[in-house]
Design a binder for this molecule. Structure first.
Ligand code: DGP
Ligand code: NA
Ligand code: NA
Length: 213
């Protein structure tokens, strides 16, 4: 899914991605950019490690705890569900949300472990559908060259190759794909154009739509 949906007041923009594609710094630059354009915007990130569910996810990712693959999948999903009503409130009051990862990462990463694709999608059903999905495209090889890899559980090239394949399956024509191997400033410029365009064209008063549409 993606830009497909107009929404009652404002836009939420989602960034699924392999690890080390630069999305986190690009997302925060985007928020500053939108604010500079006079738009109300916030940076959100999943997993949100600040909640108690988020802390369980965080210790799993750092290999401090072990969990069954299905269990951790449902925790990632629960972590999005626990923020759902606040998300709706923010959007209704006119704040655009730049969301660093969402349900797409949930499905791409968990199904890379061998879990059934449809089973992985199911618990995400009913979460808010983003107005725009931007995919920062980078090969697993290039991402690995960027260094810092190996710290967390999923940061291994073989695994990231499977994740990349799953994003291909999830991706539809509405996703905007940006080549993350370009110079940072070029990536930033393209994101600004895509996102401002979405925020400006977002129609007010339309009902929310939900995953998986
Ligand atoms: P990040 O904070 O964006 O670096 O994400 C942490 C790691 O967790 C990263 O390897 C991607 C992975 N991840 C993010 N969201 C999900 C999810 O919903 N499910 C699973 N299984 N993994 C996720
Ligand atoms: Na969609
Ligand atoms: Na990461």
């Amino acid at each position: 899914g993606a830009l497909a949906v107009q929404r009652s007041l404002n836009s939420q923009l989602k960034f699924p991605c392999l690890d080390r594609c630069g999305k986190t710094s690009q997302c925060s630059r985007l928020v500053s950019y939108l604010e500079g354009q006079g738009q109300s915007a916030e940076l959100w990130r999943f997993p949100d490690r600040s909640t108690s569910v988020g802390q369980m996810i965080s210790s799993y990712l750092s290999n401090t705890s072990q969990l069954d693959d299905h269990t951790i999948h449902l925790l990632f999903s629960a972590n999005r569900w626990e923020k759902r009503s606040l998300m709706e409130t923010k959007l209704k009051t006119g704040t655009s949300l730049i969301v660093d990862r969402y349900s797409y990462s949930g499905v791409a990463f968990s199904s890379a472990k061998g879990l059934d694709f449809e089973w992985c999608k199911a618990p995400e059903t009913g979460l808010l559908d983003p107005d725009l999905v931007v995919f920062l495209d980078i090969s697993p090889e290039k991402a690995a060259e960027r260094g810092g890899y190996g710290g967390e559980r999923y940061e291994q090239i073989e695994f990231q190759r499977k994740v990349a394949k799953n994003y291909e399956v999830l991706r539809d024509a509405s996703w905007k794909v940006v080549d993350a191997c370009q110079p940072i400033e070029d990536v930033e410029k393209q994101l600004q154009e895509i996102v401002l365009d979405c925020v400006m064209s977002c129609q007010k008063g339309k009902p929310f739509s939900h995953l998986w549409s």
